[in-house]
Design a protein around this ligand. Structure first.
Ligand SMILES: *[C@@H]1O[C@H](CO)[C@@H](O)[C@H](O)[C@H]1NC(C)=O
Ligand SMILES: *[C@@H]1O[C@H](CO)[C@@H](O)[C@H](O)[C@H]1NC(C)=O
Length: 306
């Protein structure tokens, strides 16, 4: 109902000839059109939100799982922020310009754990921001109702959100140990015992605890996090084993090499992505082995195309 009204008013706006201030005034009637910019059929495909990957699986204290699939909005000045626990954080410009800005400020990644307590939800791999991706940390605090209460940007493209919920008011509601499956609790018991017996250092203790949290899916391993960063654009690509990952990497490297040599062959200069640090990519300077090979087999091609 709200959605169709928003679309109808938007249609009016689009149909109005020229820059129509009257149309713009009319549109203000609609409050917080909750699909604006997201499922708006009038926006070109490129303006819709394109997540870089799927969210991590739901994890952590089981009593919070019921928040999954819900979304909570906060309108602050000209932006509406939306937090969908275990899914994403998005930002939507509150304007009726046809190309209103909408962006992903993070996709559910992992918990922040501190002093054996769940302190916040990290949403990473959002839309690009200079050479990095936008990310958001959502802190959960006790409140009367589920409510996104605060958004700020403490450093460039890192957002800090506060989510109030009655689900975290009990002092034990965010403890890690009770949330763990029994097998991991036993591992933790053993680690505590080893520390008490001075069989491990406090550094070793921290490491072993981290491994338990990673195995529980609360924290991501550095490799997993890196993968999430690198695999931007290949949504939903998950590797079951190290082997399948290595295979895919090999295949991709081969593909990249092939494409590079094609560019090189045809004397097309190309810009390398900022992350890779291979040597000069201007083909004429460093023809790859493959190019040389090809040139031997087909000496005429280069002359024809250059
Ligand atoms: C964000 O999460 C919500 C809730 O699961 C989902 O409906 C929506 O499509 C997601 N948005 C993006 C841009 O992924
Ligand atoms: C860590 O948690 C324990 C138990 O929840 C609490 O008693 C202690 O004060 C906390 N320490 C810090 C530094 O927050």
């Amino acid at each position: 109902m709200e959605m169709s009204l928003a679309r109808f008013v938007l249609l009016l706006g689009l149909a109005a000839p020229g820059p129509a201030p009257a149309g713009a005034a009319k549109m203000k009637v609609v409050e917080e059109p909750n699909t604006f910019g997201l499922n708006n059929p009038f926006l070109p495909q490129t303006s819709r939100l394109q997540p870089k990957r799927d969210p991590s699986p739901v994890s952590g204290p089981a009593h919070l799982f019921r928040l999954s699939g819900k979304c909570f909005g906060l309108v602050e000045s000209t932006y509406k922020y939306e937090f969908c626990p275990f899914h994403n954080v998005t930002q939507h410009e509150q304007t009726f310009r046809w190309n209103a800005y909408s962006g992903i400020l993070g996709i559910w990644h992992e918990w922040e754990i501190n002093n054996n307590t769940f302190r916040g939800m990290w949403m990473r791999d959002g839309d690009s921001c200079q050479s990095r991706s936008r990310q958001s940390k959502v802190e959960l605090t006790c409140g009367k109702s589920n409510r996104l209460s605060h958004v700020s940007e403490p450093s460039t493209c890192v957002y800090s959100l506060t989510f109030e919920t009655p689900l975290v008011c009990h002092p034990h509601s965010l403890l890690v140990y009770p949330a763990l499956p029994a097998a991991l609790q036993q591992r933790w018991d053993q680690v505590e015992q080893d520390l008490a017996d001075e069989l491990i250092t406090s550094q070793g203790y921290e490491k072993l605890l981290r491994a338990i949290f990673e195995d529980a899916g609360y924290l991501k391993t550095p490799e997993q996090s890196e993968l999430a960063q690198q695999e931007g654009g290949t949504k939903g690509l998950v590797f079951e084993t190290l082997e399948s990952c290595s295979e895919a990497h090999k295949a991709l490297s081969k593909e990249v090499k092939k494409l590079r040599s094609m560019l090189t062959q045809h004397g097309i200069p190309y810009v390398k992505p900022a992350e890779t640090s291979s040597s000069e990519n201007l083909g004429s300077k460093t023809p790859t082995a493959r190019t040389a090979e090809h040139l031997q087999g087909d000496p005429g091609l280069r002359e024809n195309t250059l």
